[in-house]
Design a protein around this ligand. Structure first.
Ligand code: 15L
Length: 277
């Protein structure tokens, strides 16, 4: 049992895969949640939780939802690679609305960033949390933008934030890459709890992966200060997944995996421009 926050916590993206996991684990820990998503919440409403359907594009509504909250766990937005125009509203304008709400409430933001903000680092590297962003698509770029929004609001307004660069958070790892990147639901839930209840977090980045032996890619973050260490591991899946690799050299070379290959045209003849007839 961890500490229970004094104020309600706003959870965006509550109807998504990870939102549903956190809705359950945080309310089971006794937390009061105000949940929102653009689609209805598909599960039974947990105790001490409420849900409001809302669009992250709608700033006044996000501000109103955050009223009285001490933290915003921001999972909302598009969660995979899409064209720029699809990402723009929910992920770029949306993260602005979340930070504005946090500024007004003096609330803390826990931002679901992604490994795709650094996806074009090669798997042979070992990078610290302050190594440069190398987004592997418009989705990863929006996550880098969200992290930078956190820095702006910290230095200009004193809004605290933790950006969790989530690897692959699913019930189980499903391929060889996830032997490195997998983050169990339990480790994610414990991490989010520490991000909210730790008295001071400043503005920081945490790598979101379980204690996987294959995770040699990511190092040096502020987990010690948060009092978090992963407890689960993808290692028991190594036997069945070790050979589960793709035949795509781009996907296998870079940390971002298959996202790096989407629309990859380096070295290819010039494609048609997006706005050409
Ligand atoms: C992500 O950021 C996505 O939201 C998720 O669907 C996975 O693709 C994950 O990254 C990953 O890299 O495995």
């Amino acid at each position: 049992m961890t500490d229970t926050p004094a104020k309600p916590v706003l959870l965006t993206g509550a109807s998504g895969g990870l939102g549903r996991v956190l809705a359950k684990s945080l309310t089971e820990a006794g937390w009061t949640l105000r949940m929102t998503d653009i689609v209805p919440f598909p599960d039974a409403m947990p105790a001490r939780a409420s849900f409001t359907k809302a669009d992250l594009n709608d700033g006044p509504t996000i501000l109103r939802l955050a009223e009285g909250c001490g933290a915003i766990v921001h999972l909302g937005g598009v969660s995979t690679e899409h064209p720029f125009e699809t990402i723009l509203g929910p992920n770029i304008r949306g993260v602005f609305h979340v930070y504005e709400a946090a500024r007004r409430e003096r609330a803390r933001v826990i931002f679901a960033s992604s490994n795709h903000a650094i996806g074009f680092h090669e798997r042979v590297e070992s990078i610290g949390a302050d190594t440069q962003f190398l987004p592997d698509g418009f989705y990863g770029l929006s996550k880098a933008y969200g992290e930078l929004m956190g820095r702006l609001y910290w230095f200009k307004h004193g809004v605290e934030s933790v950006a969790i660069r989530i690897g692959s958070s699913f019930p189980e790892p499903i391929n060889a890459r996830m032997l490195a990147t997998w983050l169990s639901y339990g480790d994610l839930s414990r991490l989010v709890q520490r991000c909210v209840v730790t008295p001071k977090v400043g503005c920081t980045v945490i790598w979101g992966a379980s204690a996987n032996s294959a995770m040699t890619w990511w190092r040096d973050d502020a987990r010690g200060a948060l009092g978090w260490a992963p407890q689960d591991s993808a290692d028991p899946f190594a036997g069945q997944l070790g050979a589960k690799v793709s035949d795509d050299p781009i996907e296998e070379r870079y940390m971002g995996g298959g996202f790096c290959s989407i629309d990859y045209s380096r070295g290819a003849p010039a494609p048609r421009g997006l706005f050409e007839d």
